[in-house]
Write a new protein. Structure first.
Length: 698
């Protein structure tokens, strides 16, 4: 019987090597040490400090040595031909406990990042690393690394009961070890994969996972963590700077590191009065040109800029200076790269088998099977990892619409309706609700933001009220309608004014963030500056006007890097943004205006205190097509601001605003000020008296 098990072990068809290797009781007085040294003809072990020869009992490389019954795993070590001496991995008890097994089976183990992957720890008095992997359909799984010469025969892992989780504790190895997993499939094939729960990976194009302890960083951001909850509830200013670290600023040799970026980002964001940064492309990904939206490392900051500890330093430094950190996070799809989770154990494990459900034609990627408990668990644990271990303050969830609609990007016959015959992905819907519920239960002070491009109802409604539970939604309708209008030729703007004023009709359907994001300055869409009609000065004036409209309109704010510089070209991931433009007065003046506008926004409660209330916005004038002027009142708890936007390049003098009451008004910000590079045609600093027909302004 035992020889048959040895045969299976040697053929890579055995799922419980610990049951036959390591220490085993013979009778009440004796134990057998059974060593696995495939390919060898001799085996020496050190027992109680004495070197002895073990007896070969199977020609594949199984050896035995009989000892007294009180021997412990730390009482013997295996001696290798190269002189290396190490404890026997198969002598140690399993680390995954009964509660872990129960939670994994139900898809409720939200601390997967502490259980799976490579976890440095002291086990039974010995320091080493525990490796664990979910691969329920594999016939066998082996650990590969420098420590075993990347030989899949050396360290077969054991499958823990019915969980599909494989585990091995390797004593004596430390952080920094590179590793992968090798699986034998039911079809007789072989898969070599990186760790889906790795916290660190090699720099692309290499793909090995790297053992790393993300729990040792000493945080000093308690003051920030204790105060950040206020950003969830809508009545505080949020001004987000969207940044791709690799193309924000570069070194002559390539990428800057997280630690250098921390210093520069803090200095810049404080100067520009941004409250948060939103970081693109942080989750590990193999292809730069994907911008980080084809993720292979859901628990790993990209190694392009340093180690996980370096990333923690970046977050901590931003927090020390009262700047929040939001990450782009992509649970909608994953790439087809062979080294990652696609067909992970030889089966469609994380994705659907049917390409009408499991393949995304837009992006040539796989779609997660949200109906599988373990997959849902994997994604929720990923989100929690970034909050727990990396202290981020929010996630911007990418491509939510592609998750919600079964026919997203598909034609007739290319998708499968749900059981009710509709196009809603009910499993994704429940996943999102469950995800947001768990996140807000465990971290009630973080924000979840949806990038959702349709009018799907209840995105920011509470889950308890049958909503999806997000805190904010990108207002892509505002972005599209606004940019379409601002791109319109001056002669055509009067006839299109209603397309801009219509934005008010849906401005309070959700809790919105107004965004001028990276998506709008790529793929031939032109930069913000280049979208504007007219000559160079008119284009720059158009950008200033656009920014003022975003600041004044209800919703939190987001600006993609480079927009504040007045770049004339689209964003290019291979180059840094055009900092050299600041040598030109118009560009430097624009940047200075964005700085002032952010501060103005944060100092005036009328612009943020009641963002989600319809009563906070009142039209004063929305139909003056001849002059192409719109005016509206923003109302805070105590303050009112009159916002007036003249949408044509000609100057208007003695223009009357039809206010319903006689008031005295004072101009507090004008984007046409010469200080910002404008014409300097502004209203005097003294009060403007409202007479018959309303106040007269220029």
């Amino acid at each position: 019987m035992q020889q048959n098990l040895f045969d299976l072990l040697s053929k890579r068809q055995f799922s419980d090597p610990h049951s036959i290797l390591g220490l085993h009781q013979i009778d009440g007085k004796k134990q057998i040490i059974r060593i696995w040294k495939p390919g060898s003809t001799t085996c020496q072990i050190e027992v109680y400090g004495k070197t002895v020869e073990a007896t070969q009992v199977h020609d594949a490389g199984v050896y035995e040595y009989e000892v007294s019954s009180d021997i412990k795993p730390t009482d013997y070590r295996v001696i290798f031909p190269n002189g290396k001496i190490s404890y026997d991995p198969y002598a140690f008890e399993k680390i995954i406990g009964d509660l872990d097994i129960h939670l994994i089976g139900r898809g409720l183990h939200y601390e997967l990042y502490d259980l799976l992957g490579a976890t440095p720890k002291v086990h039974q008095g010995v320091a080493g690393i525990n490796f664990a992997l979910w691969a329920p359909n594999a016939v066998s799984v082996s650990l590969l690394g420098d420590f075993n010469d990347w030989d899949g025969m050396i360290n077969p892992m054991r499958c823990i009961e019915t969980t599909g989780v494989w585990e091995i504790f390797v004593p004596g190895i430390r952080e920094g070890e590179k590793y992968k997993f090798e699986m034998m499939t039911k079809e007789g094939g072989r898969k070599i994969k990186t760790d889906p729960v790795a916290h660190f990976s090699e720099m692309r194009p290499k793909t090995s996972s790297i053992a790393f302890d993300v729990s040792r960083f000493h945080w000093s951001d308690a003051h920030w963590i204790n105060e950040r909850e206020k950003f969830r509830f809508g009545n505080v200013p949020i001004s987000i700077y969207e940044v791709h670290l690799g193309s924000w600023q570069k070194d002559e040799g390539g990428f800057l590191g997280y630690r250098e970026l921390a210093k520069r980002l803090v200095e810049y964001c404080k100067k520009m009065h941004f409250t948060h940064v939103e970081l693109m492309g942080i989750c590990e990904h193999p292809l730069d040109e994907s911008w980080g939206y084809q993720v292979t490392g859901y628990f790993a900051p990209t190694s392009r800029y340093g180690s996980p500890e370096d990333f923690q330093f970046l977050v901590n430094t931003l927090h020390e200076h009262d700047i929040g950190v939001i990450l782009d996070w992509v649970p909608a799809h994953f790439p087809t790269d062979n080294h990652s989770i696609a067909k992970f154990d030889g089966t469609f494990l994380y994705e659907h088998m049917d390409p009408r459900q499991g393949y995304h034609p837009h992006w040539n990627t796989h779609i997660f099977n949200y109906g599988r408990w373990e997959v849902s668990n994997f994604l929720i644990a990923s989100a929690l990892f970034w909050f727990e271990k990396m202290h981020v303050d929010g996630l911007r969830v990418d491509a939510v619409a592609s998750m919600l609609y079964l026919d997203y990007g598909r034609g007739p016959g290319e998708w499968i309706p749900n059981y009710m015959g509709t196009n809603i992905n009910l499993e994704a819907l429940e996943f999102i609700k469950h995800m947001n519920s768990i996140i807000h239960q465990r971290f009630p002070d973080v924000i979840m933001i949806a990038e959702e491009s349709t009018a799907f109802p209840g995105i920011t409604k509470e889950v308890e009220k049958d909503g999806l539970g997000f805190d904010y939604k990108w207002n892509l309708g505002w972005m599209n309608d606004t940019l379409r209008f601002f791109s319109t030729d001056f002669l055509e703007r009067p006839d299109n004014l209603s397309s801009l004023t219509y934005i008010r009709e849906y401005a309070f359907n959700e809790k919105f963030a107004l965004v001028l994001s990276h998506d709008e300055v790529v793929h031939g869409k032109k930069s913000l500056l280049a979208k504007m009609p007219g000559d160079e000065s008119q284009q720059m004036a158009g950008v200033r006007l656009l920014f003022s409209f975003m600041i004044c309109f209800p919703g939190k704010k987001l600006l993609f890097m480079g927009g504040e510089l007045g770049q004339g070209i689209e964003w290019n991931i291979s180059d840094q943004i055009r900092w050299d433009l600041l040598e030109n007065d118009p560009n430097a003046s624009l940047q200075k205006m964005v700085e002032a506008l952010n501060l103005f926004y944060q100092e005036n409660g009328a612009l943020f205190e009641r963002d989600t209330e319809r009563e906070s916005f009142e039209w004063v004038s929305s139909s003056d097509r001849e002059n192409c002027v719109i005016a509206y009142m923003r109302k805070g708890y105590k303050q009112r601001l009159l916002c007036v936007h003249h949408l044509l390049p000609n100057a208007l003098h003695e223009y009357r605003i039809p206010l319903p009451e006689n008031v005295r008004i004072r101009e507090v910000f004008n984007t046409d000020s010469s200080e910002w590079g404008g014409s300097g045609i502004i209203n005097p600093a003294n009060d403007i008296e409202s007479g018959h027909g309303g106040p007269s302004i220029t």
